[in-house]
Design a protein around this ligand. Structure first.
Ligand code: KG4
Ligand code: ZN
Length: 404
C-alpha cells in the first residue's frame, strides 16, 4: 500500500510518501493480520520521500506565527512541495495526452474551483499541476484534520480533497497528536503497552495514557501555555528570535551548570495530578528581566536565564511523566512533539527512567521527526486506514481531541 500524506497544521508545509509492506514470517509467509489494538505492527515501512518546507524565516520577522500569514504560505508551498515529493519518490510523470477539452475534465475543474474558492493562490498552481502531470500510483491520501490553526488546517484539507476527487483516491483524516505518538512505530516493530506519551509542542502539552493503537486517554494537560509556547514567549522577553526552543537550548548549553545561580519557579511540580501550567514561569521571567533591566544586554545573564528556563520546563515535564509512568505501571514512555527535539529533555528523561524505572522502555523520535512532518501523518493514516472516506466527508477541526 502506498500513502501520500499532507501536514499543514501550523507553520510547516509537509508532504510525504510511504510504502507499507506486510512483514514475512520466518517461513516466508505473510504474518496473520494484526488485531485492532495490537502492540505488534505486522507491516514494514519504506519511506519514499518526506519533505518539509519550513516557514520559520517568515515568522521570525514577526516574532511568532500569524495564522493567516501561515495559511498564505501553505497555499504557495503545497503544489511545489507535492511536485518535489513525487519527483523524489520517482512518481512524477508528465501527462502525455491532453484531455483538457473533454467534458469530464471541464466539469472536474469546475468542482475544484468550487472547493478552492477561498484559496485562489493554491487553485491556480494546483490546476496547472493537475493538467501537466499524471495521476501517481498512490492508494490512500492521509491529511491532518486537527488539532491546529484553523485556517492552516483547512488549506491542507482542501488540498487533500482536490487530489482525492481529481485522482479518485480515498482520504483518511489524521489526528496530529496521535501522529506525534505513532511516528515511533517507524523503527519499532513492537511497542509494549500500556504506555504514557508526553506530547510537547507549540500548541500542546499533554500526558496521554496509551493502551494500544487507537486507545488513548488524556490524563493531564496544560491549563494555560504549552511548553513550546513558554519557550517561545520567554525567548521574546529576552529579545531572542522565534522559535524560542532551539535558541534557548543553544544559549543554555553555554552556561556552566555549577555557576548557574538564577532561580525560577517550577509551577505545579508537586501537585498530585498530571496537569501543567507554564504561564507563571513566563511571568517570573518577565519580572526577573524587569528587575535586572541593566543586564538585558549582558550575554552571561541571558545564557543563565536560558539555562534556568529550560531546566524549569524540563524538571516539571520529567517529574509528571515519571509519576504517571509509575502510577499507571506502564511498560513504555513515548516522547513526541517539537519540544522533544530538546537535547536536555531527551537526555535527562532517559537518565531518570534508567535510575527510577529501569524496566520501562523510552521511545523518542529522531530529531527531524520530533517537529512537524508529513511522514508521521502517513504512518498514522496507515494505522487508521479503516476510517478512510470520500473527499466530501472530510473536515478540519482545530479543537480535535485525542481519545474522543
Ligand atoms: O510540534 P511542533 O513542530 O509544532 C506544533 O505542533 O506546535 O512544535 C513547535 C514547538 C515550538 O514552540 C518550538 O519552540 C519548540 O517546538 N521546539 C523546541 C526545540 N525545537 C523546537 N523547544 C525546545 N527545544 C528545542 N530544541
Ligand atoms: Zn506538532
Amino acid at each position: 500500500m502506498r500513502i501520500l500524506a499532507i501536514e499543514t497544521s501550523c507553520d510547516d508545509t509537509g508532504i510525504a510518501i510511504l510504502d507499507v509492506h506486510p512483514v514475512k514470517s520466518a517461513k516466508g509467509g505473510v504474518l496473520p493480520k494484526a488485531k485492532q489494538f495490537d502492540r505488534v505492527n505486522r507491516s514494514k515501512f519504506n519511506v519514499l520521500s518526506n519533505i518539509v518546507s519550513s516557514q520559520i524565516k517568515i515568522h521570525k520577522k514577526y516574532g511568532g506565527v500569524f495564522p493567516m500569514m501561515a495559511k498564505r504560505e501553505h497555499q504557495k508551498n503545497l503544489t511545489p512541495v507535492l511536485k518535489e515529493t513525487l519527483r523524489k519518490a520517482k512518481l512524477l510523470k508528465k501527462n502525455q495526452k491532453s484531455n483538457m477539452k473533454s467534458k469530464k475534465y471541464i466539469s472536474k475543474i469546475r468542482n475544484i474551483e468550487n472547493v478552492l474558492k477561498k484559496e485562489e493562490n493554491l487553485l491556480y498552481q494546483l490546476e496547472k499541476f493537475l493538467q501537466d502531470y499524471e495521476k501517481p500510483s498512490v492508494d490512500l491520501i492521509a491529511v491532518t484534520n486537527g488539532p491546529g490553526l484553523e485556517p492552516c488546517l483547512w488549506v491542507g484539507v482542501n488540498f487533500a480533497k482536490v487530489l482525492s476527487y481529481f485522482w479518485n483516491i480515498s482520504v483518511v483524516p489524521v489526528n496530529h497528536i496521535e501522529s506525534h505518538i505513532l511516528v515511533n512505530f517507524l523503527d519499532n516493530q513492537k511497542i509494549e503497552f500500556p504506555a504514557i506519551s508526553l506530547i510537547v509542542s507549540g500548541g500542546h502539552t499533554q500526558l496521554i495514557l496509551v493502551k494500544g493503537i487507537g486507545k488513548y486517554k488524556i490524563i493531564g494537560e496544560t491549563r494555560d501555555d504549552a511548553a513550546g509556547e513558554c519557550f517561545d514567549k520567554c525567548a521574546k522577553i529576552l529579545g531572542l528570535e522565534y522559535p524560542g526552543g532551539p535558541i534557548i537550548s543553544k544559549l543554555a548549553a553555554k552556561t556552566d551548570r555549577r555557576r548557574a545561580s538564577i532561580k525560577l519557579p517550577r509551577p505545579m511540580i508537586n501537585t498530585k495530578d498530571y496537569d501543567f501550567s507554564f504561564s507563571g514561569l513566563k511571568t517570573a521571567v518577565l519580572y526577573k528581566v524587569r528587575d535586572q533591566v541593566l543586564r538585558i544586554k549582558d550575554k552571561g545573564f541571558i545564557q543563565q536565564m536560558c539555562f534556568e528556563i529550560q531546566q524549569a520546563i524540563v524538571d516539571v515535564l520529567i517529574k509528571k511523566t515519571i509519576n504517571a509512568a509509575k502510577n499507571y505501571k506502564v511498560k513504555t514512555i513515548i516522547l513526541g512533539g517539537g519540544v522533544s527535539a530538546n537535547k536536555e529533555l531527551r537526555e535527562q528523561l532517559k537518565e531518570k527512567i534508567e535510575k527510577d524505572i529501569p524496566d520501562t522502555k523510552c521511545l523518542i523520535p529522531d530529531y527531524a521527526l520530533s517537529t512537524d512532518n508529513a511522514l508521521m501523518i502517513a504512518i498514522t493514516g496507515y494505522f487508521n486506514k479503516s476510517k478512510k472516506t470520500t473527499w466530501e466527508d472530510i473536515e478540519a477541526n482545530a479543537n480535535l481531541r485525542i481519545g474522543k
